[in-house]
Write a protein that binds this ligand. Structure first.
Ligand code: ADP
Ligand code: MG
Length: 245
């Protein structure tokens, strides 16, 4: 246990002058190892931008992100890329699988970049697909899979490099309620059994209440409030939280 991720006065501004957008405007957030944390907020509040910064997909305008105590943006681009590949798994709303490529190859791909050899790669990809209950679909390409099945493959792929953290940007927004439920059960399992820290952006507050330990409410690029789900939703301090509930 301990703090796995910490941001200090994190800012991301897009554009300049009149067109400047302050997507993140000074976020101080701390996340403990093994947490399942939800990031909520209205559309355009800066949630995706925050996730991109946390995972080192893009550099902030100013401020810091520490992962395991290391200032990730002190790394040069290639080292940042290696860090991202080893420590972080991403899951997106639109799955982002490689088209016309089998589920097995989609899952094996990140391991290839990390230098895992052929046979070991295939073996591990199969085990991961078994774990997400896609063991009987290893040869299917994305167009032959349903949305829920694609997301299961995407989750297996995100876990391929044994990341410490899974960053999920609205992973269930494109799925029906029943599929959403099974996907969240899978993520809960991954959090509990593998001990992977999960950060999830979602609009479904019932989901947050059911599965998350911690919630961060974002509004206009700032942290409106953050804390245990029962506390934040039970007695919201911020007007934005009240609005969302
Ligand atoms: P959310 O995920 O909460 O809906 P985003 O983080 O995507 O919000 O966006 C926050 C704000 O930053 C929005 O006003 C959006 O238009 C703006 N924004 C996001 N990405 C870019 C970009 N690449 N260039 C310019 N503006 C952007
Ligand atoms: Mg978004």
């Amino acid at each position: 246990m301990g703090t796995i991720l910490k941001t200090e006065l994190l800012k991301k501004y897009y554009g300049t002058g009149e067109n400047q957008v302050r997507a993140l405007d000074g976020i101080d957030l701390s996340i403990e190892d093994g947490e399942f944390i939800a990031v909520v907020g209205t559309s355009g509040s800066g949630k995706s931008t925050l996730l991109h910064m946390l995972g080192g997909l893009d550099r902030p305008t100013s401020g810091k992100v520490y992962v395991d105590g290391k200032d990730i943006f002190s790394l040069k681009d290639d080292a940042l890329c290696v860090f991202r590949r080893r420590k972080i798994g991403f899951v997106f709303q639109t799955f982002n699988l490689v088209p016309r490529t089998s589920a097995l190859k989609n899952v094996a791909l990140p391991m290839m970049y990390n230098g895992v050899r052929g046979a070991a790669r295939t073996q591990r990809a199969r085990a991961l697909l078994d774990m997400v209950e896609m063991g009987d679909r290893t040869g299917h390409v994305p167009s032959q899979l349903s949305g829920g099945q694609k997301q299961r493959v995407a989750i297996a792929r995100a876990l391929a490099t044994q990341p410490e953290m899974l960053l999920c940007d609205e992973p269930t927004s494109a799925l029906d309620p029943l599929t959403t439920k099974s996907m969240l059960a899978l993520l809960t399992d991954i959090n509990k059994k593998l001990g992977v820290t999960i950060i999830i952006i979602t609009h479904e507050l019932s989901v947050v209440q059911a599965i998350c330990s911690h919630v961060a409410v974002i509004s206009e690029g700032r942290l409106a409030e953050s804390g245990a789900v029962a506390d934040v939703f039970g007695s919201p301090r911020s007007a934005v939280t009240k609005l969302l509930l």
